[in-house]
Ligand binder design. Structure first.
Ligand SMILES: Nc1nc2c(ncn2[C@@H]2O[C@H](COP(=O)(O)OP(=O)(O)OP(=O)(O)O)[C@@H](O)[C@H]2O)c(=O)[nH]1
Length: 557
């Protein structure tokens, strides 16, 4: 039971330790990233961060969710704000979402210039924004996804509300078939498809009209940044490491995308995309992910209705600045305090368990001592301190088992003081006790260490002699007969009155055909009574065939 408590206590401490310290460190955090479009080179940096182990090294288990397959488009902003994803990829429209009350934070602008452009067919004759005013324009709804494409109209005095905007089907076919006149596309993507088909096209690029927005923007929610600033910093860093890798190894990442993410694309298409992205990122001169607060402010001012000016502090919590979220001293103190409290708690529990264990150990030791004492008492004769009948029987059974198994012989000597009643009657019971005790000690002092001596009745004693054949038992019993009968006994410690006593002895050894442990004892007992009947002070040995042999009588003694 004590062990059980110790083990349970130990398990509890280990569990607490794992729970408090190891578990949070060991488990990779599951993070969902909502991409803004289907898998293609546009998200190369995120694939690289995942496949080259940057996310894993930072403690993330990242799930990249593509978008736009089968015409279904999930707003990355909605996904992140609702908590379905922790991170998302959006465009410059993100700042408008923020100004409209969506709790988002821009972490990194991976495309320094927007990749979005109007695409028209050359044969349509459309050359500029003005030519498009009354045309059918296929674009992405919600319109916040394509603000770059609407701003040029506003810049040229054409109200976007008056435009004939048609929900995109994410396919160039309507443009090719002449069912729409302009298509909201990515310069990194659709031009390649038209070139492949040999269709001449023209880009009506917002930049021509002074609209130069950031392209793809990695973002998160205000909640995520407030609750997990270290996670945000680590995720941003791992993502940018991924981008650096992807732009330095475009061929390797192209292979990766072809094999795993976009097998339907061609290598040429992905190469085209990588090259176009290089132009929009300019990684050789601009640090990947860089965001300029002034530029964001300008983008916001262009986007907001009526082009109102925006307070330059308005975007403070929209533009992520890692330095604002460095763990401060207070934070370290808080962590240290919590760790100390947990350590104290564990120490308290350990001390508590240690004390319980110590008390239990003491109680168990006391109980064992008491049990031992009881066992000793139950096996000891109170007057003489010798083994009692019960203890003798146990030893006899053990010895008999040894005999059955290994054929080790043993002998039994039964001893009874002659005419002991007279001692009691003449000198009193206490004198009788004194004689009994001295009688016992004389026997004890003259047997071998391995012999077992017991008082098995009032004035009756027995000795078991292991490994002893009858002839040796005889020899030893004769010695005892002499020791008893030749030296007088005292009646008390204070009186010198000597009294001579004798005893009768019966001997028998274990025999081949003995079936029970008591067989030799019964024979020895019978021999003893034979000795009594013969006139006492005699040693009689019983063979296995129960023939008594007189070993010594009073004459020889
Ligand atoms: N003082 C004392 N006497 C005891 C004790 N146990 C038994 N006796 C006495 O031992 C005596 C045994 O007497 P008996 O059985 O008649 O045998 P005996 O007088 O020894 O005669 P034999 O055995 O025939 O030689 C009795 O008087 C018992 O009261 C004891 O613990 N102390």
């Amino acid at each position: 039971m004590e062990k059980d408590i110790q083990i349970a206590g130990f398990r509890w401490i280990v569990f607490l330790f794992i729970f408090c310290f190891i578990n949070p460190l060991a488990a990779a955090e599951h993070v969902v990233v909502q991409l803004k479009w289907v898998n293609q080179f546009q998200f190369a940096g995120y694939y690289a961060a995942l496949e080259k182990g940057f996310y894993k090294a930072a403690g993330f288990d990242v799930e990249l969710r593509p978008n736009g397959y089968d015409g279904a488009f999930v707003s990355p902003v909605d996904a992140v704000v609702s908590g379905k994803a922790q991170y998302g990829i959006s465009n410059s429209g993100l700042v408008l979402d923020y100004l409209n009350g969506k709790p988002v934070v821009a972490l990194a602008a991976t495309l320094q210039h927007s990749a979005v452009s109007w695409i028209v067919l050359e044969k349509s004759g459309i050359r500029n924004i003005h030519d498009m005013a009354n045309k059918r324009l296929m674009t992405v709804f919600p319109l916040s996804e394509s603000l770059e494409l609407l701003e040029p109209f506003r810049a040229e005095g054409i109200a976007p509300e008056k435009l004939n905007l048609i929900q995109t089907v994410f396919d160039l076919q309507p443009l090719i078939d002449g069912k729409v006149d302009a298509y909201d596309g990515y310069v990194t993507n659709e031009p390649f498809l038209l070139e492949q088909k040999g269709i001449a096209y023209r880009l009506i690029d917002p930049r021509t009209y002074g609209i130069d927005f950031y392209g793809d923007v990695l973002f998160t929610s205000q909640n995520e940044l407030r609750d997990h600033p270290e996670r945000v910093a680590a995720f941003r860093k791992a993502s940018m490491d991924g981008w650096r890798y992807a732009m330095a190894h475009p061929e390797e990442i192209t292979d990766l995308i072809l094999n795993k993410y976009a097998p339907q694309k061609t290598r040429e298409h992905l190469r085209y995309e990588a090259k176009a992205m290089w132009d929009l990122m300019q990684p050789e001169i601009i640090e990947i992910g860089h965001m300029n607060p002034g530029r964001w402010l300008h983008i916001a001012e262009v986007m907001v209705e009526h082009k109102r000016l925006i307070d330059d502090k308005a975007l403070n919590s929209f533009i992520y600045n890692e330095e604002d979220y460095q763990p401060d001293l207070l934070r370290y103190l808080r962590i240290a305090t919590i760790a100390s409290i947990i350590a104290l708690l564990l120490a308290g529990i350990a001390t508590w368990i240690y004390r319980i264990n110590r008390r239990l150990t003491r109680e168990i030791a006391a109980r064992e001592a008491a049990e031992q004492q009881l066992r000793r008492l139950s096996e000891t004769d109170a007057l003489t301190g010798l083994a009692n009948r019960r203890a003798f029987d146990q030893q006899l059974h053990k010895e008999f088992q040894r005999f059955l198994r290994y054929r080790h012989t043993f002998s039994i000597v039964m001893i009874d003081i002659d005419l002991f009643k007279r001692i009691n009657d003449t000198y009193g019971h206490p004198a009788g006790d004194h004689v009994l005790t001295e009688f016992a000690w004389r026997l004890r002092d003259h047997i071998r260490k391995t012999d077992i001596l017991a008082r098995i009745g009032g004035e009756e004693f027995a000795i078991m002699l292991p490994e002893t054949y009858p002839w040796e038992a005889k020899k030893r019993t004769l010695l005892l007969q002499q020791i008893i009968s030749k030296t007088p006994f005292k009646l008390s410690d204070t009186t010198d009155t000597p009294v001579m006593i004798t005893a009768s002895f019966g001997i028998s050894s274990v025999a081949e055909n003995d079936l029970i442990a008591d067989a030799a004892l019964i024979r020895a007992d019978t021999a003893l009574y034979e000795a009594k009947n013969n006139g006492r002070n005699q040693v009689i040995l019983f063979n296995a065939d129960r023939k008594p042999v007189l070993v010594a009588d009073k004459t020889t003694a």
